[in-house]
Design a binder for this molecule. Structure first.
Ligand code: GP9
Ligand code: MN
Length: 626
């Protein structure tokens, strides 16, 4: 019926359509940074290479119906993978990893967030699938392929040649792409989403084996590194100022430093926190960076409690919740502190119900401890004001001294807020996310102010120190255009992007009287040693990577999880060394300015990873604190 000449193999059609679609998604829906024409070329090529690799296998399937079925299902599965990554990307500016998939529970809990991440036009992603489906059912004779053996071998060889060519170009443009692999965006950009997932799967099984084979032989080297590079001689001036006091730690959801002291529509965004800037009992660190990755809030918790880095993939709370740790709640517990976390979310979110006892927490007041109604909740759940309100009665029953952590929730993407809770107007830009951010930040600011008052009324204030920390960014680089408008900048440069990773850190010590604004470069890795020092506790032979933030001789860099870093003189990101003060790239004469720190940071992150992947603390006999 059909002449031979009219045949167009379905695998070719599917490759072309799928390739074009993938390219469009890369180019217009993921905000991948394209720096030169070589990168652009690789980005055009890799969708077709991956698609060809997947669909061309079908030439080996003899039975027509099976061949057709294989192509249709591959088109469907491939599209679902793109779609899932797209939804994930809209929230996290990142790509899915296998450990993230095992956090399925979390995704379910996202609820309204998920819906706001899906766009009507996403349905267009499935148009080619439907077309391929139709051809494979209705025009089987035109699109089916039956090559002789040599044709099959040729097709297979061609797909490998294309793949190798793609990898070759990628490696040329980005040496060590596969070995360093700090950054998933690079991988997707250079080898494509599908090859990235294969790479991720291989990495994941490597992690699993690492645990089995670790025997602690790396420990002496790591201990030596900590002794030589991290441990500091003597104490800071603030050593012991909060001896025996309660510690109240507030993890402020998605709070970034750019709102502090700033206004929107002529109104202060955070009047209460701003009042602390000038407060004589408060230290504010203006150059304090979050160091989180995919595990967001839980990564910030991990940094705070352990002074270890979270992982570059997945949430370490989830992937390594069973490990041995030597965390702050445990150490404080040895000194007679009672410890508790207050957070009105499901206890299993981020595996907290497993991780908290493992870190040494005595109690977790999760959502079950709170009265949550339709009226007092929004977005992710209980609003911050009723959250603090309802927490006070529990706090009053705790044995003192206590170490407590309060994790707020209202200022979470997509930053929903009831009209009655809005004290300031939304911003006006092309990003609803940024627009809505300001009123919810203000709401959180008010809730913290109210909490201070309640602590005073409950008689707990005087005997406590209160630490307020932003957990991670709330506005991702997807909103750079709106952000540049808000910040009155022409564009958000890679340097600006790093500076936007600053989150507020307040240390409030009632009655202290010496508070000030500090510009020391600090980060979440420093919280554990800082709290220990404020409480006047020395822990011998601990293994950690941060320093007391008040110590004069502290290490002079803060490493971000992707290997970027900040020192008082330089910011290193995107393979470029920028002057800290001006944001200009360093000149020729200073070309190597960042080199030494690049190596130290890589080593340090590597050691931290070794500890976690190998569960190395199971081989250490930590001494008791004294
Ligand atoms: C979840 C809350 C938010 O309980 O801490 O987590 P995030 O999405 O910010 O990582
Ligand atoms: Mn968070």
């Amino acid at each position: 019926m059909y002449s031979k000449g009219k045949r167009i193999p379905l695998y070719v059609i599917a490759t072309l359509l799928f390739g074009i679609k993938t390219y469009i998604v890369y180019r217009f829906l993921f905000s991948l940074e394209i720096e030169n024409s070589m990168q652009e070329l690789i980005l055009v090529i890799n969708p077709f290479v991956s698609a060809f690799l997947i669909f061309a296998i079908s030439v080996w399937i003899k039975k027509t119906s099976r061949q057709m079925k294989y192509i249709r299902y591959m088109a469907l599965i491939g599209t679902i993978i793109i779609f899932a990554n797209l939804v994930f990307y809209r929230s996290f500016s990142d790509f899915i990893t296998i450990p993230q998939l095992f956090q399925g529970g979390n995704v379910g809990d996202l609820g309204s967030s998920i819906l706001s991440l899906i766009k009507v036009y996403d349905i267009l992603l499935f148009v080619d699938v439907i077309f391929v489906w139709y051809l494979s059912k209705k025009h089987v004779n035109v699109v089916t392929t039956s090559y002789p053996r040599s044709g099959k071998v040729f097709t297979l060889a061609l797909s490998f040649v294309l793949l190798v060519g793609n990898f070759f170009l990628a490696e040329m443009e980005r040496p060590q792409l596969f070995t360093r692999a700090f950054d998933r965006e690079y991988l997707v950009k250079y080898i494509g989403l599908f090859n990235y997932h294969i790479y991720d799967a291989a990495l994941h099984s490597k992690v699993k084996t690492q645990h089995v084979f670790a025997d602690g032989s790396e420990l002496p080297q790591i201990k030596e590194y900590v002794k030589e590079n991290i441990e500091l001689p003597g104490q800071s001036d603030l050593y012991g100022v909060a001896k025996d006091k309660n510690v109240i730690f507030i993890s402020a959801e998605s709070l970034q430093s750019f709102v502090i002291g700033n206004t929107v529509n002529g109104q202060e965004v955070t009047p209460f926190l701003n009042s602390l800037l000038a407060d004589e009992d408060t230290y504010y660190f203006e150059n304090f960076y979050h160091q989180t990755e995919q595990g967001k809030t839980s990564d910030s918790e991990f940094l705070v409690e352990n002074s270890l880095y979270p992982l570059s993939r997945g949430a370490v709370f989830f992937t390594h919740g069973q490990n041995e740790y030597h965390a702050l709640p445990e150490l404080l517990g040895e000194e007679g502190y009672y410890s508790a976390v207050f957070h009105a979310n499901n206890k299993s979110f981020y595996n907290r119900d497993q991780m908290y006892p493992n870190l040494g927490y005595d109690y977790f007041y999760d959502v079950e401890a709170y009265e949550v109604t339709e009226d007092n909740s929004i977005g992710w759940g209980l609003k911050d004001k009723p959250f603090f309100d309802q927490s006070i009665k529990y706090l009053q029953t705790l044995e003192e001294p206590f170490y407590t952590k309060f994790i707020t929730l209202t200022n979470h993407f997509p930053f929903e807020l009831d009209e009655e809770d809005k004290s300031i107007e939304r911003y006006d830009s092309n990003s609803n996310t940024l627009n809505n951010f300001f009123p919810t930040v203000r709401y959180m600011d008010e809730s913290i102010e109210q909490f201070f008052e309640q602590l005073k009324a409950a008689g707990l204030y005087e005997d406590s120190i209160i630490i307020i920390m932003g957990d991670h960014y709330g506005i991702s680089s997807n909103h750079n255009k709106a952000m540049s408008q808000y910040l009155n900048k022409e564009e958000i440069t890679p340097y600006d992007h790093i500076q936007l990773q600053r989150v507020p850190l307040f240390i409030h010590i009632p009655g202290h009287g010496k508070g000030e604004i500090k510009s020391t470069i600090t980060g979440q890795i420093d919280i554990k040693p800082t709290i220990l020092s404020l409480l006047g506790m020395e822990v011998e032979d601990d293994i950690y990577f941060g320093n007391d933030m008040f110590h004069e001789n502290r290490k002079d860099y803060i490493a971000l999880r992707n290997g970027d870093f900040i020192t008082k003189d330089y910011i290193y990101t995107n393979d470029t060394c920028y002057q800290f003060a001006t944001g200009e790239p360093v000149g020729e004469s200073d070309a190597d300015a960042c080199q030494g720190t690049i190596e130290t940071v890589e080593k340090e992150l590597g050691y931290s990873d070794d500890i976690i992947y190998g569960d190395l603390f199971r081989f250490v006999n930590f001494k008791q604190a004294n």
